[in-house]
Ligand binder design. Structure first.
Ligand SMILES: C[S@@+](CC[C@H](N)C(=O)[O-])C[C@H]1O[C@@H](n2cnc3c(N)ncnc32)[C@H](O)[C@@H]1O
Length: 377
């Protein structure tokens, strides 16, 4: 088994730089950023650590091979030449999923079955198996991803996507993905002892992610990962990673985080989710309209994902609400305000030009992340 592996942390478009920062913060310097993914060389022990700690990545894949293929023969031979036995055990179960974009090999079902056959042949040879492979053991989801004739063969180490932290038991109509919420919080200069408010908290994603960041709690602490019982990853690596997460969590860190929402029902859902995240009553929750926002402290951070007003009939109400927010925040110049919305007139309605703007996708919706820096007092 090679001592180093190449890992791919996949990321939503626009989030790659956040993921790269997090990977480097974990101590892995050999990082390459590509569209929708961050590649890094690391020891095998990085698999548990990356899965446990990456807040903004979608999943962590193990890169087995990368090559160009223009025919099924090439795909078969290049796949078979890879050291699959270093990762997949003799009894391993390994379904193959696939995708192909702008490539000569465009039939995804054919590519999947060729890759499957090539791995089967390789493993049978290496393990000296004459009949069929049983596939009754550990689970390895292989992906063949082809883009402009370049083939990427990976094994998913995460299982369900890393946004599934395990705390979301309830949600509203348009919940933010946890990975995006973490990225929004990480954009700010908020320090855990400063006031932090999400006045459109919905199911509580942003305040919960802020609390996890504030107390340095590993986002994957409450869940399982596909690679937890893989043979080539020593159990001790998982034990050490979970122990590290426990040691690094700073449960004593005081927080001043509030989530509020116009809807009573959403506030109750947010509370339940926060309990599930193990935050108890660390985050304050209340029912409130944003126009009643009246913080008692200075130098706070307001970060919200309000309704965008995209549905017919909602627009006027939402735009009035953006105006109300702008008027309200004039009374609190020391507060920094961060708003994610697809409404292109936001700055005009809010009544101020953003200090910074950043384009981000919220799922398939193109949004801007408007950032208004407060004047610290
Ligand atoms: C897009 S959702 C927020 C989703 C949230 N980030 C999550 O992850 O669940 C917008 C929220 O704003 C709330 N809202 C709408 N108008 C409001 C107002 N005037 N004041 C406060 N909250 C409002 C809605 O009830 C809804 O929960």
């Amino acid at each position: 088994m090679a001592s180093n592996v190449t890992l791919i942390a996949t990321a939503a478009m626009g989030i790659e730089a956040f993921v790269a920062r997090e990977v480097k913060d974990l101590g892995y310097e050999d990082v390459k950023v590509e569209n929708g993914r961050v590649l890094f060389e690391a020891p095998v022990s990085a698999i548990p650590r990356a899965n446990l700690w990456l807040r903004t990545a979608d999943r962590v894949r193990l890169l087995v091979g990368r090559f160009n293929a223009y025919s099924f023969d090439e795909l078969f031979e290049s796949t078979k030449a890879l050291p699959w036995e270093q990762f997949i055990t003799e009894d391993g179960e390994f379904p193959v999923i696939g995708k192909s974009v702008k490539s000569k090999l465009y039939s995804v079902p054919d590519c999947q079955s060729i890759v499957k056959k090539a791995i089967v042949e390789r493993l049978k040879q290496k393990y000296g198996v004459a009949s069929i492979l049983k596939e009754t053991g550990a689970f390895y989801r292989v992906e063949v991803a082809i883009h402009k004739d370049e083939v990427l063969l990976t094994i998913d180490t995460s299982g369900s996507g890393l946004h599934k932290r395990g705390y979301r038991v309830g949600q509203g109509e348009a919940p933010l993905k946890e990975t995006l919420a973490a990225a929004l919080v990480q954009t700010t200069n908020w320090k855990p002892d400063q006031p932090f408010v999400d006045p459109f908290c919905g199911s509580g994603t942003i305040p919960i992610e802020a609390a996890l960041i504030g107390q340095n709690i590993a986002p994957g602490f409450n869940r399982e990962f596909a690679s937890e019982n893989w043979n080539f990853i020593q159990d001790s690596y998982w034990d050490e990673a979970f122990q590290e997460a426990e040691d690094c969590a700073n449960y004593e860190q005081p927080l001043d985080i509030t989530g509020s929402d116009i809807s009573h029902e959403m506030v109750e859902i947010a509370k339940t989710n926060a309990m599930e995240a193990g935050l108890g009553d660390l985050v304050k929750w209340k029912q409130m309209q944003v126009k009643d926002f009246n913080p008692r402290k200075n130098n706070g951070y307001l970060l919200g994902n309000p309704p965008y007003g995209e549905r017919m009939g909602d627009r006027e109400e939402v735009e009035n609400m953006y105006r109300d927010l702008g008027v309200r925040m004039r009374d609190y110049p020391s507060w920094s305000v961060y708003i994610l919305t697809s409404n292109e007139k936001f700055e005009k309605l809010y009544g101020r030009e953003a200090t910074k703007k950043r384009k981000l996708f919220n799922g398939f919706i193109k949004t801007d992340y408007y950032q208004f820096f407060g004047k610290k007092q």
